[in-house]
Design a protein around this ligand. Structure first.
Ligand code: BES
Ligand code: MN
Ligand code: ZN
Length: 496
């Protein structure tokens, strides 16, 4: 585990391999650099390099000064445009670069902000972003590519309240811990991580984190009529599993009960409606929703979240096979509704249908939220960095979007226009599982809505874009991001 230590002052009395500073555009160069001589030389270098503190720009400077031999100055853009996402992203880029720079001890000097509560919040975002950017999945490399990466991060706490900052940083570290669990699972190769392997890991991690974990296997699904889970899984060698995690703190009775449902397709070939081979390997990440729900659940006890939360991980593998479901088949889902299969590649909504139905019938949630890498159409609509939020309840949407903003994750609402329901009308069953190409994220959302009891406040998060980056994107190295965890934790805290 990487140590994150708050240090009073501006770090000028510390020794580090690298210190990271932040720079607003159009403001004097590193105001956070204590030594006036250093500040002057750095301003000189910045001018020569044309570094102005623009968003997504950075300046690396070697010197022989204190506190470090190297300075990395991250541009934040104009102060008036500063958002949490900008600060988080700049820190994450710094984290990512620090690995290449083989820095072992890194100092983080917070940007000049008014010394009120923003300072602690900024400390959390900066440290959290930095840790986020450090992540590498190198389990299968004979030797790590850039050495071991930082082992200690010093956070310059200025004159801020050290105790408050320490508790913010502890929380950031817990979130980083569970995000790593999720990101490792998403990154795992799909030959290793099948549904039962995911269950094994969930049981182990749940025990470590004091979260309850129960597994539901195929015979029980049969009894409950989970035609979606059993149908999608039929072409696979590996049986389907539903993993039910729960966090029931004392005194939660009077507070809302939340159920999180995650899409857990350990590999999505498309089934008989087989996908193009190009890029198919990225479909190992089609269980990112389940991984984010697991990560979130694991953090709840340590963070002292006071509401009752359940996590349902709907684990299957979508394979073509002689036994696999076909286009034209009709399946009956756990709430009794029938579905005509138009495409076996629209499998996520089939397994979620069972999860949502079961959650409504047995857990009676006040808030029901599903996370799924559900549609390519959502990426077309919002680009690769943003989650699409669809819901039957505007107040829930507001809460989720506010939490996302605070966490520095990009989410945006998409509508559930009732007239688009027409696109998934079937002649032979209650509904079919895919419509026309246009508005594909929305018809997927409308499909899911059929399996949610109307009096339950429900939101669907299509994380197809930000869950996994096929090439390095902004802050993240390419690969798994753990997107959703930070937003969900904020959301749950806002209820408790
Ligand atoms: N897992 C995919 C969606 C996806 C695509 C996630 C790209 C991440 C990146 C999902 O199961 C799928 O195949 N969706 C189809 C739906 C269509 C058949 C209605 C899609 O988006 O093409
Ligand atoms: Mn699919
Ligand atoms: Zn899928």
């Amino acid at each position: 585990m990487i140590r994150v230590t708050p240090v009073p002052g501006d770090l000028s009395d510390q020794r580090a391999d690298l210190t990271v500073h932040f720079q607003f555009e159009g403001e004097p160069y590193p105001a956070t650099l204590a030594d006036p001589a250093l500040r002057k030389s750095l301003a000189e270098i910045a001018r020569l390099d044309g570094f102005e503190g623009k968003q997504d720009s950075a300046l690396l400077w070697h010197s022989n000064g204190r506190p470090a031999a190297r300075f990395l100055v991250m541009g934040l853009g104009r102060r008036k445009n500063l958002s949490r996402e900008v600060l988080h992203r700049a820190s994450a880029v710094a984290g990512s670069r620090s690995v290449g720079l083989r820095a072992r001890r890194v100092g983080l000097v917070l940007p000049p902000l008014p010394k009120d509560k923003h300072f602690e919040e900024a400390a959390g975002l900066a440290a959290g972003g930095f840790l986020h950017g450090l992540y590498r999945f190198d389990k299968y490399l004979s030797a790590p590519r850039n050495g071991a990466g930082p082992e200690e991060i010093l956070v310059g706490a200025g004159e801020g309240k050290l105790k408050r900052i320490r508790s913010v940083l502890e929380e950031v570290q817990e979130i980083d811990r569970v995000s790593r669990v999720a990101r490792d699972l998403i990154s795992e190769h799909p030959g290793y991580l099948h549904p039962e392997k995911m269950a094994e890991v969930a049981v182990r991690e749940a025990r470590k984190s004091s979260v309850k974990c129960r597994l539901m296997s195929e015979p029980e699904m049969k009894r409950l009529g989970m035609g979606g889970m059993l149908g999608v899984s039929r072409g696979s060698e590996h049986p389907a599993v539903m993993i039910h995690l729960s966090h029931v703190p004392r005194g939660a009775k009077k507070k809302p009960r939340v159920v999180l449902v995650g899409k857990g397709v350990t590999f999505d070939t498309g089934g008989i409606s087989l996908k193009q081979p190009e890029g198919m390997e990225a479909m190992k990440a089609d269980m990112s929703g389940a991984a984010a729900v697991l990560g979130t659940m694991l953090a709840l006890p340590a963070l002292g979240i006071g509401v009752e939360v359940h996590g349902l991980l709907m684990m299957v593998e979508n394979m073509p096979d002689g036994r696999a479901i076909r286009p034209g088949d009709v399946l009956r889902m756990a709430n009794g509704k029938t579905v005509e299969i138009k495409s076996t590649d629209a499998e996520g909504r089939l397994i979620l249908a069972d999860g949502l139905s079961w959650a409504c019938a047995t857990l009676k949630p006040d808030f029901l939220i599903d996370l799924a890498t559900l549609t390519g159409a959502c990426m077309v609509a919002l680009g690769p960095g943003c989650t699409g939020v669809m819901s039957n309840n505007d107040r829930l949407v507001r809460r989720i979007l506010d939490s996302a903003e605070e966490a520095g994750e990009r989410m945006w609402q998409l509508p559930l226009f009732p007239e688009y329901r027409e696109h998934i009308r079937s002649d032979v069953a209650d509904i079919k599982n895919s419509g026309i190409r246009y508005g594909g994220a929305i018809t997927a959302g409308l499909f899911l809505q059929e399996f949610v009891q109307p009096d339950v406040a429900w939101a669907h998060l299509d994380i197809a874009g930000p869950a996994y980056f096929e090439s390095a994107y902004g802050y993240a190295p390419k690969g798994a991001t753990g997107h959703g965890i930070r937003t969900l934790i904020r959301f749950l805290r806002s209820l408790s």
